[in-house]
Design a protein around this ligand. Structure first.
Ligand code: AMP
Ligand code: ZN
Length: 327
């Protein structure tokens, strides 16, 4: 069988990128990947590392956030990792192990926070106590709590591992539903818009999942495997899958779709006209933020139950117990 040749240096190639019409050996792929991250940072106004800025990298232990962290440190940025332990038993243990195995040999600093300590409940407990989609609830808790933790860690910018597939899928979802309130602020870099809010950046928005997986492979990064037991509701996946279908028929479509949309936009400018939560000081449009509202609702349910929920019961059974306690 003929070996593939690197488009750039003619050595043996190990990855074929249809959307770029190129094949790369591992060294040239590495350059391509770091350039994509550099280009993303440049579009956010970060042209070179600045020691006065700490990029707080939110790490789940999955491939995306570990790759983002690795690329930033290799480009010379000052980083600190931040993990929110969701109290998800084996899944959490595997996530923390992957973070330690990545960060320790590279001498990287990281902090572990727990949802139980910061919020009072673990994710399995929250899952039993609410009727809402656990994945969506977890997403908004992570946003709020990682913001608090990042500010506490002295960081002004939070980095997440969201990539091209995530962002293109989210853009499609927002356009299909004409969610103008999200589309107005759709950008992979959002500067802080409130004194208690860290900026947010997604330095991997120019690379896709396949490229991230290859980056991890060539750098010996071993992410935690497996899906979160409360993994995403189907809808965001449908939008990503429909783009994969288009990409398969017309390589490059996914990038064109996202990049042409972003090309006409600039990072949104702060500050926004937010208020501050009366309980925790976090930015909010109302008197109380989403995190504190949820906490109050869960506390009320636990009071009715006379204690924390028994995790061997499912949410329907727990809902029934809460209802009975009202009568
Ligand atoms: P997900 O919503 O699971 O697709 O995760 C999106 C991004 O959020 C990841 O790439 C991470 O940067 C960050 N993230 C997810 N889960 C955690 C966690 N438990 N602790 C810290 N950061 C997280
Ligand atoms: Zn609050």
């Amino acid at each position: 069988m003929n070996k593939m040749k690197c488009t750039r240096c003619k050595a043996e190639a190990f990855i074929k990128l249809e959307s770029h019409n190129t094949k790369f050996c591992d060294d040239c792929f590495d350059l391509f990947f770091l350039n994509a991250v550099k280009k993303a940072l440049k579009s956010f106004g970060f042209t070179q590392p600045d020691d006065s800025v700490t990029l707080v990298t939110a790490v789940s232990g999955g491939k995306d956030s570990l790759a983002a962290w690795d690329a930033l440190r290799r480009l010379g940025y000052k980083t600190v990792g931040l993990h929110l332990d969701l109290g998800n038993d084996d899944f959490t243990a595997a996530s923390i192990k992957a973070i330690e195995d990545f960060a320790d040999p590279r001498g990287l600093e990281y902090r572990l926070f727990s949802l139980k300590d910061l919020f009072g409940y673990t994710l399995p407990q929250i899952d039993r106590l609410t009727r809402r989609d656990t994945c969506a609830v977890c997403g908004s808790l992570k946003r709020g709590l990682l913001n608090r933790a990042a500010k506490d860690a002295g960081g002004d910018i939070i980095v997440t591992g969201h990539h091209l597939d995530d962002e293109a899928g989210r853009l499609l979802g927002n356009l299909v539903r004409n969610r103008t309130e999200y589309l107005d602020r759709f950008y992979p870099y959002l500067p802080s818009a409130h004194p208690n809010q860290a900026g947010r950046m997604k330095p991997l928005y120019r690379v896709d999942q396949i490229e991230i997986r290859h980056y991890c492979r060539i750098h010996g990064i071993k992410p935690a495997g497996g899906d979160c037991p409360f993994s995403k509701g189907a809808t965001s996946r449908y939008f990503q899958e429909s783009l994969h279908w288009l990409e398969d028929k017309m390589p490059g479509t996914k990038r064109d779709f996202l990049f042409t949309y972003l090309a006409k936009r600039k990072p949104p400018e702060g500050p926004l006209d937010f208020g501050s939560c009366q309980t925790c000081g976090q930015p909010t449009w109302g008197d109380s933020c989403g995190v504190c509202n949820l906490r109050a609702r869960l506390d009320a349910k636990v009071e009715k139950l006379g204690g924390l929920p028994d995790l061997s019961l499912d949410r329907r059974e727990i809902g029934k117990l809460i209802k009975e306690s009202r009568s």
